[in-house]
Design a protein around this ligand. Sequence first.
Ligand SMILES: NC(=O)C1=CN([C@@H]2O[C@H](COP(=O)(O)OP(=O)(O)OC[C@H]3O[C@@H](n4cnc5c(N)ncnc54)[C@H](O)[C@@H]3O)[C@@H](O)[C@H]2O)[C@@H](O)CC1
Ligand SMILES: [K+]
Length: 481
Amino acid sequence: MITAERMAVVDRNAAALGVPQKQLMESSGNAVARVVRETADPGATVAVVAGRGNNGGDAFVAARFLKEYDVTVHLLGRPETITTDVARENWEALEAAEADITVVRDSRDLDLGEPDVVVDAMLGTGITGSLREPEASAARAVNEVDATVVAVDVPSGVDADTGEAAEGAVEADRVVTFHDTKPGLTDLDAEVTVADIGIPAAAERFVGPGDRRILAGVGGDTKGENGRVFVVGGGPYTGAPALSAQAALRAGADLSFVACPDSIFDVLAGYAEDLIVQPYDGDHLTPDQIDDLVDTAESHDDVVVLGPGLGTHDETMEAARQFLARFEGPVVVDADALSVVPEVETDATLVCTPNSHELAEMGGPDVDDLREHADEIESFAAELGHVVLAKGKYDVVSDGETTRVCRAGTRGMTVGGTGDVLAGITAALLASHDPFDAACLAPFANGTAAELLDDRHSGLLASDILDELPRALWGEGEDDE
Ligand SMILES: NC(=O)C1=CN([C@@H]2O[C@H](COP(=O)(O)OP(=O)(O)OC[C@H]3O[C@@H](n4cnc5c(N)ncnc54)[C@H](O)[C@@H]3O)[C@@H](O)[C@H]2O)[C@@H](O)CC1
Ligand SMILES: [K+]
């Protein structure tokens, strides 16, 4: 089962893997033609009713395949208003081949005749709201004709995600949907065929540029609306919390705070003017600080990063335990704080970001090649009850049910600090997204930023990655359409 939004992600990832949309449309159209052949014998009359989006495009391809039938294609609207390049190219291929095509300028002019089969390709997943003209009248005409109605992807007017049917939606006898079935098709009174259109499994498995689609439409104009990140880190180390906090800003958080021992306040505050540093007494984190830290994070709905540079003092480990036992918001747990996760009961939403060594210390599989052991990481995440982002050459992300792999990155990323950057990116994304989605996109952003700097693969610094993060997340990647 796949939603329209997920389908768009996978479609885009397939393009990045070298299988462009036009190729998928060719397979979709072919699959539609196969179902038409199942419903009517050669020589039968077929009326294709096509809209101006890719749903129509699929049917233009189908018409090209149905040579042994008497096919007429009715395009609802002027060819110039076809909305996508791939659909237009397939329309032009029909024109060039002198196929039987008619342009319906006014819905009152639509005359379907008495076809044996109607191919409904007006609207697919691109529908918004109730049926507008000319599609509304065309749907009425389709429902009045005595023919077998084969719907492309979803009956026009039906929402593929919810199954909700707009008034006057097409009543289909058969539906040919692509790649995977859609939630909105389950309760339909029609025979549904799921066609494999050649989307590689890798387009779902590997995080790709399509996954950046989750960023669209997110983000407010008010300060704080895009997330406040609160890094609880530092003590024996100062660079790690600073990198996490800066990465969070580069990944879209509005504000980034670091709570650290006052022994390192001056150093941390001196790193970057964008950081807000909140010191507490002492030279390492102790349970005495936990009340204040939890109150601060809760009162501002912060996403917390717990761990970078904290060290392993017994009091610090106890403090990390107490923090997780009390806090109920989202937390990225990294570095030394990871070891306490298996032993705490927490209501917080955690994304744990261990490297392979830390993963083994937590009780997960003790392996170098994470990708080879993705199943074990999935079982471990299920047992832990939290999202695990195991980072290595290939990152493995699992919520215990779904597991994905991120291949982005360069050899230069073995330098210290890239993990701290990753924790900060994850936190920024966690402010507005589902934990699993955030944990998938974060290593992709981190790795893509490094790839954008690949000319300096020996000598890359984690801090270099910071500057490239906005481009890696929102910029025009090289393989963007
Ligand atoms: N995403 C994918 O991976 C694939 C998509 N494919 C096809 O592409 C389709 C989606 O294509 P599009 O995104 O271009 O969208 P559609 O072709 O579903 O519809 C877009 C068009 O419908 C119009 N429209 C929207 N709501 C309307 C309403 N209520 N009344 C009247 N007109 C309305 C829009 O103005 C636009 O012209 C899928 O359903 C499927 O058929 C396939 O080619 C296979 C691969
Ligand atoms: K349709």
